[in-house]
Design a protein around this ligand. Structure first.
Ligand SMILES: NC(=O)c1ccc[n+]([C@@H]2O[C@H](COP(=O)([O-])OP(=O)(O)OC[C@H]3O[C@@H](n4cnc5c(N)ncnc54)[C@H](OP(=O)(O)O)[C@@H]3O)[C@@H](O)[C@H]2O)c1
Length: 331
């Protein structure tokens, strides 16, 4: 039985890591920043510790006695972020956190990166060996750019001897998405207010399997190794139709060209600026659709024994959770 520290335990992925650890009998110290999201840990036998990773020495004593650290509190840029400052913030925060953790000498750090750091190829599905290197050779959407820059800092720490295993989840679907991050896309189609779809292919996985993948990465992952946590490829139309049918609303009907989607996103961001809210459709989501995703995640299945429940079940569980917590009207 290990003592584990989960950074970002009130996040979508963090909440599933915590549950995977508890189910396997491990002890968990769970960090949160905002009390607003603490409810995702309700009923769990975990030690709760408030940590703001932006504060210097935030992890002083927090990681004491922890053999495993799961870093699922990585920076991701909001739609308001400026490109260069977002990249700098991602790199600096990653460096600062890994420097603090290094001093505490955990046996393993599992770092949550993203499948967006994998370069897409035209002739075959991309795998862990196809990771983008920093600086990027060509334009990428801001989210992917920041995540690649952050992985560069992780590689640097690994070269300095920090025992990090990197996991790269694709689009996560599941319960406890309280912020919500990837859940925004589900809610968009589940509310039936968005009758359009854009031509795009992407990969998705149940977040519970991602949580379990993190645990397996700590147990069996190779230090310095990278593991794609993926399941099924979809077009946006296929995905949106499954979400809409599961939510009992009409699936989107019209395909819109990229430029129109971008203009729509810009309009929703303008409205969000004025109303101090989050946009219905951020530009980063539309920009990400310029690069189709085809991934080969067989390494994690073989080496970590990654489980992969059906995406229909993942959508069902996510929507049930959103309904129960007031993000979506009850039927
Ligand atoms: N969701 C996906 O589909 C997906 C897929 C691939 C990769 N990822 C990556 O996985 C990571 C986690 O994603 P997620 O979906 O779980 O995000 P999330 O639901 O927004 O959760 C992020 C967690 O990190 C905490 N956090 C963030 N910044 C912090 C800081 N400065 N100090 C302390 N705590 C901080 C948040 O605390 P608060 O509750 O206070 O905000 C929250 O607990 C991100 O790096 C994301 O890019 C996500």
């Amino acid at each position: 039985m290990a003592q584990a520290l989960v950074l970002g335990a009130t996040g979508h992925i963090g909440a599933h890591i915590v549950r995977a650890l508890l189910a396997a009998g491990h002890r968990v110290r769970a960090t949160y920043r905002s009390e607003r999201f603490l409810h995702v840990l309700d009923g769990l036998d975990v030690e709760r510790v408030r940590v703001d990773l932006d504060e210097p020495h935030a992890l002083r004593r927090v990681a004491d006695g922890c053999e495993w650290v799961f870093h699922a509190a990585g920076y991701y840029p909001s739609f308001r972020a400026r490109r260069n400052s977002a990249i700098a913030q991602g790199m600096e925060s990653t460096r600062a956190i890994l420097n603090q953790l290094r001093a505490m000498r955990p046996a393993r750090i599992v770092y949550t990166s993203s499948a967006a750091t994998i370069r897409q190829l035209s002739d075959r599905p991309a795998n862990e060996e196809d990771a983008e290197s920093w600086p990027l050779a060509q334009w990428r959407p801001l989210y992917a750019t920041v995540k690649v820059a952050m992985e560069h800092e992780v590689r640097r720490a690994i070269q300095e001897g920090v025992p990090i295993v990197t996991v790269n989840p694709s689009f996560c679907i599941g319960e406890y998405d309280a912020h919500p991050f990837s859940g925004q896309a589900l809610l968009l189609f589940a509310k039936g207010r968005f009758p359009w779809f854009i031509e795009h292919r992407f990969n998705a996985i149940y977040t519970g399997d991602v949580g379990m993948g993190h645990l397996r990465a700590a147990e069996r992952g190779r230090v310095g190794g990278r593991y794609l946590l993926t399941h099924a490829d979809f077009t946006v139309k296929e995905f949106a139709t499954r979400v809409a049918l599961s939510a009992g609303v009409r699936p989107p009907r019209w395909r819109i060209p990229f430029r129109f989607a971008l203009a729509t996103a810009l309009a929703t961001e303008g409205l969000a600026w004025l109303t101090h809210s989050e946009p219905l459709l951020p530009r980063s989501v539309v920009q990400a659709t310029r690069i189709g995703q085809q991934l080969d995640g067989s390494k994690a299945v073989k080496e970590l024994g990654l489980s992969q429940i059906s995406i229909e079940e993942a959508i069902h569980r996510a929507l049930a959770w959103f309904r129960e917590h007031g993000y979506l009207k009850r039927q």
